[in-house]
Design a protein around this ligand. Sequence first.
Ligand code: SER
Length: 315
Amino acid sequence: MSKILVTGACGQLGVEIINGLETQYGRGNVIASDINEPGDGLTGVPFEFVDVMNPQQILGIVKKHKITIICHLAALLSATAEKNIDLARKLNIGSLHSILTIAKDEKLEKVFWPSSIAVFGPDAKTDGTPQNSACTPSTVYGISKVSGELWCAYYYNTFGVDVRSVRYPGLIGYKSLPGGGTTDYAVDIYHKAVKGETFECFLKPDTRLPMMFMDDAVKATLDLMNANPDGLTVRTSYNIAAISFTPEEIAASIRKRYPNFEIVYKPDYRQQIADSWPDRIDDTVARTDWNWNPNYDLDTMTNHILDNLSDFWKY
Ligand code: SER
């Protein structure tokens, strides 16, 4: 019987991944953990306060719940990491080391750890970035993700730790608020639209970035975790792609439902982060190895989010 620990459960991805894992493994077999108080989305889910920068705390919870799989989501996102270099190093890289060590020592069944399109920097091909493109990022977040990917491959190759990873694009959901990412403008924009407010965008209108609806991100995560290990040729992290759009394109998609929606542009330091990332990435290897295939395009995502957002937050 698998027993799963999810770190960073209160973050953008946490609640959604936990819902997906509970569907597969059953309520009670998924333990949520975070340093923050759990919100309404985690009602009824077993919860532990865990500071992932404290390896003893993680180990204690692993032993207490007889954990077999860790889904390690706790991290600072790109914009926040740029403003907190030391914390980003300790949290994003240090905690992964602790978890890989625990996975090796406790002989865990599997680890999932998310990487990001941020591993690519100005040297990578921007349109259709291949799986093996140069990973020379110029951001704190990107550096932490490249380093993490290499550690994952090392622990797999050297100790046989079955660690699996995807390079998430910007993830867009409506069940949590933006969490300090450069792609998070595309979360915030829907909130402003539903509230009838003008959206001030911190990126330029034509800044194209790879993005994905949250349901597809959960699907990718579960599909990869369930995949036959023999078919997995990548033990750093898989490119996965779904949608790619600019601020003016998402605004146009919203206007199909809210014709009076307004957006103004005030680029800040996050523009430089976005400019260093690909426009669109190539995910052929993930499609071949474990049949990755997304379901949502920009308009189906917009419709789904706008249909649910006001109810979810009771705007
Ligand atoms: N969504 C992340 C960020 O913007 C990138 O993976 O930080």
